[in-house]
Design a protein around this ligand. Structure first.
Ligand SMILES: *[C@@H]1O[C@H](CO)[C@@H](O)[C@H](O)[C@H]1NC(C)=O
Ligand SMILES: *[C@@H]1O[C@H](CO)[C@@H](O)[C@H](O)[C@H]1NC(C)=O
Ligand SMILES: *[C@@H]1O[C@H](CO)[C@@H](O)[C@H](O)[C@H]1NC(C)=O
Ligand SMILES: *[C@@H]1O[C@H](CO)[C@@H](O)[C@H](O)[C@H]1NC(C)=O
Ligand SMILES: *[C@@H]1O[C@H](CO)[C@@H](O)[C@H](O)[C@H]1NC(C)=O
Ligand SMILES: *[C@@H]1O[C@H](CO)[C@@H](O)[C@H](O)[C@H]1NC(C)=O
Ligand SMILES: *[C@@H]1O[C@H](CO)[C@@H](O)[C@H](O)[C@H]1NC(C)=O
Ligand SMILES: *[C@@H]1O[C@H](CO)[C@@H](O)[C@H](O)[C@H]1NC(C)=O
Ligand SMILES: *[C@@H]1O[C@H](CO)[C@@H](O)[C@H](O)[C@H]1NC(C)=O
Ligand SMILES: *[C@@H]1O[C@H](CO)[C@@H](O)[C@H](O)[C@H]1NC(C)=O
Length: 413
């Protein structure tokens, strides 16, 4: 071995010994050591801890004089602990370090002890990609607050009846789909939703006390340890309603019910969905088309996103308004597109109807009555004899021929 190589080995030995000394918590090169006779478990669920310790000098049990024992908890101040026995209480959850040093005639020896106080029981959060679905199954996520692999051995799912995720209602866990996403912390499993019913719910809840954490705290459920999943595979419908009043109207010799108004305040359209939808009022507005004018959302009770209102503005004075909804672009809470719906049509007319009067008989004798045809350019409502005023005669009869044609027979004086 060359000299340089020899020196290098010596240097390495020195470095290693210094490193070893630091690592072994040796504050002093003395042969005095401190040994714990009693200490809390490395993970404790107790807020109190008791230490019992003794000092030893080397291997040969040589007698020595003990001057002092000094004890220190975490960053606190040192205190005398000559009784070789010390207790703490009211400890906070977290990591703690206890250090004890013995000052003896043979030198100083120290030892430290690390432990974790954990009084919080482990729990788990149960989640799913969605809690409303039309699917036949859903992925369920289980996330533990801390590893729970003490007594019991952690989360297990051997069969539908032996699974730490319990399923009540119209669902069943599919055990072979269990996946470990993060060991001892995160899992996923598929839950099969009943195919015999069109709609229903399944309640997923963690089992009770099936495991403990390192400190021995028993698993505890919280409000987040259960989840209700709703499934609904029924079709979703929408009803379009306007506030425009319905009237009977004669169109091409046919009496029909039409929605017609001259009142601006009735120009409102409401959509009623059979299920809550995911879309906003503005998103739905984008799926609405009006043949005339413009639609504007109006605030109002949404009945849990089932009702939406719109005002129709900027209509010309006479308009046949048809509003269509592209319902397929609207998605219900359970993911189902809304079924098609017929458009809503109504008549808006804010112009006063023009009227013409024409006499059938021009013979003005005392005996002959005069027949007057009262003709409006468009259908009118609420027109009756009280609206006819006569000077120099009186009304003998009055008939409605159609919504826009009336006949008045006048007897002159
Ligand atoms: C406590 O100590 C453990 C190692 O024993 C460590 O993993 C953990 O991060 C520490 N916690 C805190 C809050 O320092
Ligand atoms: C140990 O005790 C002796 C005698 O009381 C004292 O002089 C010395 O400073 C102490 N050493 C330490 C490290 O406390
Ligand atoms: C105790 O924990 C401290 C950090 O909190 C660390 O520096 C020290 O090495 C640990 N001691 C032991 C014996 O593990
Ligand atoms: C879950 O349902 C989907 C369809 O909804 C299907 O494709 C898939 O195979 C199902 N998975 C299991 C594990 O049953
Ligand atoms: C899901 O449940 C249905 C009955 O609701 C059953 O027929 C089917 O086999 C189940 N699928 C799995 C993968 O367990
Ligand atoms: C449940 O989860 C919510 C949101 O993740 C959280 O704000 C709440 O504190 C949790 N409750 C409990 C008891 O863990
Ligand atoms: C309605 O909401 C669904 C889900 O958020 C979205 O995919 C769809 O594009 C929305 N429709 C419109 C018209 O914005
Ligand atoms: C629509 O009508 C409103 C009043 O109701 C008016 O302020 C607005 O300028 C009109 N817009 C168009 C494009 O005519
Ligand atoms: C079920 O929901 C999905 C989206 O989650 C959608 O694509 C599908 O069309 C829906 N199925 C039925 C039958 O409505
Ligand atoms: C005639 O019309 C007026 C105004 O519309 C109304 O007040 C009255 O009740 C009507 N009379 C009859 C007999 O219908």
């Amino acid at each position: 071995m060359g000299l340089r190589k020899f020196l290098r080995v010596i240097l390495l030995c020195w470095v290693l010994s210094v490193f070893y000394c630091l690592k072994a918590v040796c504050d002093d090169a003395s042969e005095v050591t401190v040994k714990f006779l009693k200490a809390p478990p490395s993970h404790s669920n107790m807020k109190s801890a008791t230490f019992v310790f003794e000092a030893l000098a080397g291997n040969n049990e040589e007698t020595f004089s003990l001057y002092t024992f000094n004890c220190k908890l975490d960053g606190g101040i040192s205190s005398d602990c000559r009784e070789r026995h010390v207790s703490f209480s009211g400890l906070l959850d977290g990591n703690h370090t206890f250090k004890v040093c013995a000052n003896t005639s043979q030198g100083v020896g120290c030892a430290s002890y690390n432990w974790t106080v954990d009084t919080i029981p482990p729990t788990a959060y149960v989640g799913a990609s969605t809690t409303f679905t039309n699917a036949s199954n859903i992925s369920v996520y289980i996330s533990f607050s801390e590893p729970c692999i003490g007594a019991g051995g952690g989360f297990r799912c051997f069969s539908a009846n032996a699974c730490n995720l319990l399923v009540y209602g119209a669902g069943q866990v599919i055990p072979y789909t269990l996946k470990i996403l993060q060991p001892n912390l995160k899992y996923s499993v598929i839950v099969n939703l009943s195919s015999t019913s069109q709609h229903g719910r399944a309640i997923l809840v963690m089992d009770k006390g099936f495991c403990t954490d390192y400190a021995g705290n028993k698993f505890t459920r919280t409000e987040n340890s259960s989840l209700t999943v709703h499934f609904d595979r029924r079709s979703v419908f929408v009803r379009m309603r306007t506030h425009v009043p319905e009237r009977l109207l004669q169109i091409n010799d046919e009496t029909r019910t039409v929605q017609a108004t001259n009142n601006y305040k009735y120009l409102k359209l409401y959509l009623y969905f059979t299920q809550p939808v995911l879309n906003t009022s503005y998103e739905i507005l984008n799926t609405l088309t009006s043949s005339e004018g413009m639609l504007h959302p109006i605030a109002g009770k949404s009945l849990m996103n089932r009702r939406f209102g719109y005002r129709i503005e900027n209509l010309s004075s006479i308009a046949v308004v048809t509003v269509r909804l592209n319902s397929n672009a609207i998605i219900s809470r359970q993911g189902t597109p809304v079924s098609p719906v017929a458009p809503a049509t109504f008549l808006y007319d804010s112009k006063r109807p023009a009227v013409t009067l024409s006499a059938f008989s021009k013979m003005r004798t005392r005996e002959t009555s005069i027949t007057i045809l009262i003709k409006f350019v468009k259908p009118v409502f609420g027109f009756n004899s009280t609206a006819v005023s006569i000077s120099g005669g009186h009304l003998r009869s009055f008939h409605e021929i159609s919504r826009n044609a009336y006949v008045a027979m006048i007897q002159p004086k």
